[in-house]
Design a protein around this ligand. Sequence first.
Ligand code: 3HC
Length: 286
Amino acid sequence: MHGINKVAIIGSGQMGGGIAQISAVNGFETVIYDLNSDALTRCEGFHNKLFARGVEKGRMSDDDVAGAKAKLNYANDINAIYDADIVIEAVIEDVDLKKKIFAGIADKFTDNQILATNTSSISITDLATSVGDAADRFIGMHFFNPVPVMKLVEVINGLATSEETTKRTIALSEAMGKVAVPANDRAGFVSNRVLMPMINEAFYAWMEGVAEPEHIDEIMKLGMAHPMGPLRLADFIGLDTCVHIMDVMAEGLNNDRYRACPLLKQLVVAGRLGNKAGRGVFDYSK
Ligand code: 3HC
């Protein structure tokens, strides 16, 4: 059993917000922490929209919504997270920032408390160097966007992760309605090792004029039964995140075949980061 009553999440972006939502909906006392109170307000607004949609679609009753909301706390005081049984960090894919956050909180999480990261590509063993003696309670818990919809949690052990930490994390993932699948601690794990080169190749196909972006996506949707084409998916993930993940794999796997396509990098430089910026490969401003 997981022995978890309270879940803390650090970072209230699309991943952190989604994790907080499924945590509360599945009955866990939940606190979502962010330095930025505007981001927390946006997150709460998004939760309310999704709850209203759940009621409209008959997936949730008014009582379910009231129950989930009562479990959800939005905090911009870090002290609110320390009594959680697990903290799940879900900030941007920046190794130094993640290490700084864990180094700042590790000594407050003692006993049986688990330190988890929702990193999509960075080595768990490397991140665990920031938590000192707590490395046995440190683990990768990689969720997928949109978190309430996607069934997978990729679970990644670092070199020092204990068997008990793994078992509790798998049990927690299942209690949140997910299927936990293990992967080893190599840059990009399995999910992004396979997904990102496909997305990167779609940018090369566009850059080399093999087809227009709409046609590249249409070919992959209709021919390969992907729910979204790779370019729209890149916009959905965030083009900056795609570049970060490619960089982590190029460095971590020491292989130039993971270098980000110049066109993908150029769009990031231009601020065309995808859905969140209103424009990426495609225009979302309307
Ligand atoms: N949060 C919660 N629910 C959402 C949502 C969100 N952000 N976006 C969509 N949904 C729900 C909708 O409410 C809808 O359910 P409902 O109609 O019953 O309310 C359902 O999902 C389907 O949504 P739509 O009808 O609006 O649209 P689609 O049928 O096109 O589905 C999609 C949208 C689920 C996003 C689908 O296109 C899809 O599965 N795309 C692929 C997503 C994917 O590959 N994700 C993984 C990205 S990689 C990743 O996250 C890892 C990281 O490390 C990079």
